[in-house]
Write a protein that binds this ligand. Structure first.
Ligand code: GAR
Length: 222
């Protein structure tokens, strides 16, 4: 059902979809004024599909194996996103890298979540890398997507303190909890017209952001 006046958003994910659930719960709870018009994945077996459907969000799996090449897969995904009426595309654990055609098409309305304090640790295995480096502070970032992998203009970050006995799993769990709080907040900024990208500059409430908005996760109980 179309909700008048609300920004329509498509959420893309590849796995468990816990961030998708956090976003859907924020919408259901009245904390996020988006209309979720599509939940799409590249992995037909992704657990997030059933979780999205349980919120009544239209779901779709677009498997790369069904297409001749990456460009054809992306064209199919873009067609589905555009047919859903999405004005905003939210990457929430979507584990494929987009080509320039996709990124340009959604310029200024494509947001990504990445589990590190970018520019530290672009790419994979971010929690292992933070632990191996002996970092005391790790975290997560939300940024507008550009052709530069995990390098687009940053919007907001949450710092997560590394605990002495952390493993990659325990650290990932606290980073994920921080993501679940952060993404709905940032998406609501966008939905309210408070957040926009102009060129390579992020504007929040009409002012250019010299650096991402930084939050701190509550300390874990020891
Ligand atoms: C999240 O932690 C997100 O930061 C990460 O995937 C996880 C998805 O979890 N994204 C990336 O690594 C993108 N480079 P979820 O499926 O439970 O929401």
């Amino acid at each position: 059902m179309r909700v008048m006046g609300r920004t329509r958003a498509a959420v893309l994910f590849s796995g468990t979809g816990s961030n998708l659930v956090a976003i859907a719960e924020a919408v259901a709870g009245g904390r996020l004024a988006l209309e979720l018009c599509l939940a799409a994945t590249d992995r037909p077996a992704a657990a997030g599909l059933a979780r999205a459907a349980s919120f009544g969000i239209p779901t779709l799996a677009v498997a790369p194996a069904d297409y001749a090449d990456r460009a054809a897969h992306e064209r199919a995904l873009m067609a589905a996103i555009d047919a859903s009426g999405a004005e905003l595309v939210v990457l929430a654990g979507y584990m494929r890298i987009f080509g320039a055609g996709f990124v340009d098409h959604y310029a200024g309305r494509l947001l990504n979540l990445h589990p590190s304090l970018l520019p530290a640790y672009p790419g994979l295995h971010t929690h292992d890398r933070a632990l191996a480096a002996g970092d005391r502070v790790h975290g997560t970032s939300i940024h507008f997507v550009t052709a530069d992998l995990d390098g687009g203009p940053l919007v907001a970050q949450v710092e997560v303190a590394v605990q002495p006995h952390d493993t990659a799993d325990s650290l990932a769990g606290r980073v994920r909890a921080a993501e679940h709080r952060l993404y709905p907040v940032v998406l609501d900024w966008f939905a309210a017209g408070r957040l926009r990208l102009e060129g390579a500059t992020v504007f929040l409430d009409g002012l250019p952001l010299a650096r991402p908005v930084r939050f701190q996760a509550p300390e874990a109980a020891s």
